[in-house]
Ligand binder design. Structure first.
Ligand code: NDP
Length: 472
């Protein structure tokens, strides 16, 4: 069948693909669909499509034949080699001017490579970061597109219709050339890792330190979700904490194995931050703690021999809960500051020309890191697009400064109780380092010069200096 009446095609009917198809169709777009395993396409058509204008392709020829030309096809398959496999299989059915859009969590360097290869064949390519999970894909994700502007303009009405809306404003915008979209999505995920680590540490301090039950914790997170910490990740925590296991009636959270998995986007963010020499310690720590959580058997063995202080909190509990919430806000600002600093640097190095106010704007809805705080961040970059660092925004800098005594109390309390809170700890250290006009790197330089004649610069004189540190 080759009726060419679909505006958009989607290859990959997994969790994200199926839901995005229904979302686009609900906004009036005719969608052609394809999946490697045809049985899944059949199931989708029979069970989920209803009366929507969705055309199945059981072969790639049939799929391509459903599409208006020039074609526009979203690929939503597992990141890595599957994306190349789908592109290679599609190529024989494409014509110059057709547009491929990779909506998966692809590594931005793969996106650069694919963009170059496809451009050489006269095809357009967009790297599209999608955030919001299953529900986001179905009812409105945050969409982060990058690539040729003309390619974006072609699918802009579809993406704007499908995206989440904040007061009518769609959470999608053209971000920049090449891999800008996938780079922004990678950093989004890095920030997501950092926020989840901070929330897990707050949970641990309250659960182990204050001995609160999951139900009592749910009340605290609920209160937090109504104030300055209002955000998706804080909001989803109370229902998680309240869920009881049907069989035993026990809180489900207490039965979940404490080993966090990862698909790599947090690690990529840290790796890229190190390559670009941008400090992102809260994100790095979040990745490290997921790795450390994987050593469950070793931790259990160590817990039987290595002693620490008793984790019982002796102080004013309501006061601690209040200052923990305030610290969480400060640490969240610091996590966003690190991610945005990375984006700023990457934008210069890779010539993305990112507008950070736009990035903050499209993260306000639909995505996993959406937070009331993003409105403040958007305002900060809107007022000063050249803001060198988020902490230099007068309002946000003042808010973090005002909360630093609380952050110090959380860090010292965690240390006193022997409860690991490295996310809070490095966030505070990042703040202290960032505001230090003088750091001890002078000693490091002197040592480098001592053992390797690497030279050093001086505060009082220009040029490079070397000292013969030893008498021989
Ligand atoms: P699923 O695991 O639900 O589905 C994977 C899809 O990829 C299936 O359609 C599968 O086809 C297809 N696939 C896998 N390998 C190949 C291959 N070699 N050739 C052709 N097709 C292949 O994935 P998701 O929908 O969860 O994720 C899709 C992408 O979206 C990933 O990059 C993911 O990281 C990203 N993403 C996921 C989010 C989520 O919350 N799940 C959120 C944001 C982004 P088949 O049925 O034949 O196996």
């Amino acid at each position: 069948m080759s009726n060419q009446d679909c505006t958009i095609g989607l290859a990959g009917l997994g969790t994200m693909g199926r839901n995005l198809v229904l979302n686009m169709a609900d906004h009036g777009f005719a969608v052609a669909v394809y999946n490697r395993t045809g049985e899944k396409t059949r199931e989708f058509m029979e069970q989920e499509v209803g009366g929507r204008n969705i055309q199945p392709g059981y072969t790639l020829a049939e799929f391509a034949g459903h599409l208006q030309t020039p074609r526009a096809i979203i690929i939503l398959v597992a990141a890595g080699p599957p994306v190349d496999a789908v592109i290679d299989e599609l190529l024989p059915f494409l014509s110059p001017g057709d547009l491929l859009i990779d909506g998966g969590n692809s590594n931005f360097q793969d996106t650069n490579r694919r963009g170059r290869t496809l451009a050489a064949r006269g095809l357009l390519f967009l790297g599209l970061g999608i955030s919001g999970g299953e529900t986001g894909a179905r009812y409105g994700p945050s969409l982060m597109p990058g690539g040729p502007l003309a390619a974006y303009e072609r699918v802009r009405p579809i993406l704007e219709a499908a995206a989440a809306k904040v007061r009518g404003d769609p959470c999608v915008a053209y971000l920049g050339g090449g891999s800008a979209g996938h780079f922004v999505k990678m950093v989004h995920n890095g920030i997501e890792y950092a926020l989840m680590e901070l929330l897990a540490e707050a949970y641990d301090l309250l659960r182990r330190g204050l001995g609160l039950s999951p139900g009592e914790l749910a009340v605290i997170f609920e209160e937090w979700s109504r104030g300055e910490l209002a955000s998706y990740l804080v909001e989803i925590t109370p229902p998680i904490l309240r869920r009881l296991e049907e069989k035993t009636g026990q809180p489900l959270i207490d039965l979940i194995l404490d080993r966090a998995r990862q698909k790599g986007t947090g690690k990529w963010t840290s790796q890229e931050a190190m390559d670009l020499q941008v400090p992102t310690p809260t994100i790095d720590t979040a990745v490290m703690m997921r790795d450390l959580s994987g050593y469950k058997a070793e931790r259990e063995a160590a817990s039987r021999v290595l002693q620490g202080p008793p984790p019982a909190f002796p102080g004013d509990r309501p006061a601690f809960i209040r200052l923990l919430g305030r610290s969480l806000y400060a640490a969240m600002v610091l996590a966003f500051a690190q991610g945005l600093a990375l984006l700023q640097r990457a934008s210069q190095v890779y010539d993305y020309r990112l507008e950070l106010a736009t990035v903050a704007r499209i993260w306000r809805g639909g995505c996993i890191i959406r937070a009331a705080l993003l409105e403040e961040i958007r305002a900060a970059y809107q007022t000063r697009p050249d803001l060198a660092h988020l902490l230099l925004d007068a309002r946000l800098g003042r808010e973090v400064m005002a909360r630093q005594p609380d952050l110090r109390t959380v860090v010292t309390t965690a240390a006193d109780l022997g409860i690991p809170a490295p996310g809070f700890m490095v966030s505070l250290a990042y703040y202290d380092a960032w505001r230090s006009a003088r750091l001890p790197a002078n000693l490091i330089q002197a040592q480098r010069d001592y053992f390797g004649a690497h030279t050093y610069e001086r505060l009082d004189l220009p040029g490079a200096f070397h000292t013969r540190w030893t008498e021989d």
